[in-house]
Write a protein that binds this ligand. Sequence first.
Ligand SMILES: *Cc1c(COP(=O)(O)O)cnc(C)c1O
Length: 396
Amino acid sequence: MSDFTKETRRKKSSRTHLVHAGRKPFDQHGFINTPIYRGSTVLFPTVADFEGLRQPYTYATKGTPTIRALEQAWSEIAGAELTVLTPTGLAAITLALMTATRAGDHVLVSDSAYQPTRIFCDGVLKRFGVETQYYDPRIGAGIADLIRENTSAILAESPGSLSMEVQDVPAIAEAAKARGVCLILDNTWATPLFFPPHAHGVALNVEAGTKYLSGHADLMLGLVSANTAWAKRLRATYDAFAMCAGPEDAFLALRGLRTMELRMREQERSGLELARWLATRPEVAQVLHPALPSHPDHALWTRDFKGAAGLFSVILKPVAKPAVAAFLDALELFGIGYSWGGYESLVIPFDCRFTRSMTTWAPGGPALRFSVGLEDVADLRADIEAGFETMRESVG
Ligand SMILES: *Cc1c(COP(=O)(O)O)cnc(C)c1O
């Protein structure tokens, strides 16, 4: 058995690719999976090797075989020049922003960005002399009018956290490129499987590996991948921070990688089935799922995406808060908790009123976010149906 070359890999489907990417069994005595390399020190055989740093591994902050296996696999899947791993998804976002900015710069951040991203921009970035301006996620090519002389980065997140706006990333990428601005994308929802970031003009792509890459709610991980133009700067900033991921998390993420497409396709199917069914329910005012034709950005999603995650939002018809609580508490299969992308279904109530500054969040009813797991979809539907029954009874 020989290693795939980059050329043969390009010809394979993504599912085949996910099985083989980053694996080097004959570097590991033939064992299929790259083991967990624990360590800090890496020994050099001679002082000449030490002074010349003449070996692939020199110190654990700069990579181990486990870390490198995942970085290389992700670069192939994302079509990136370089990938680095961070301890969390949020760390990947902050690393990308620190890579692209310096004091005196201006950055444009989507109003729909993950809230901790906003907290970082309004706090740390501001303290370091970088000004953040939020923009309407649906701005598209109009972003060009907001780019200033000192704009160094645009951060997009598509679909946006909770409110699910799909962004016209190719149009934003074109405007960014014309002005030499670094486009950062938080691509956690789609992953490179459903939205190939760099092919769409993204300079620095960010993923929370905590979500679908893990798939089992048992690790935290972030990934930043760079196109050719940004790879060197990303590597230098990463090395300066030494914000590296743990070896066990990288190992588990490599395990998750092998089944990621299967899980995501199944969660897409179940998610869509539930979303379509929810849209017919009398308790529901609106379902925010980009793959439904009723979603305002459905055409963009169809144009740019190869699939949908099992994560979507639902707006209920106006109902008192205790009734919503009665519904959520009655659910047996949907856990209440942060994060998503795992094998188990989750739900949370949310309210974007105080986490938006350029758009108005006025959905007209309570909002819920569902993350659909790998349970049988009929069981999930029955669980929600029973929850609605409890909600009706609680209203009396
Ligand atoms: C969860 C999430 C993150 C952060 O990931 P963590 O690993 O939890 O830090 C970033 N962006 C989006 C869109 C997310 O949903």
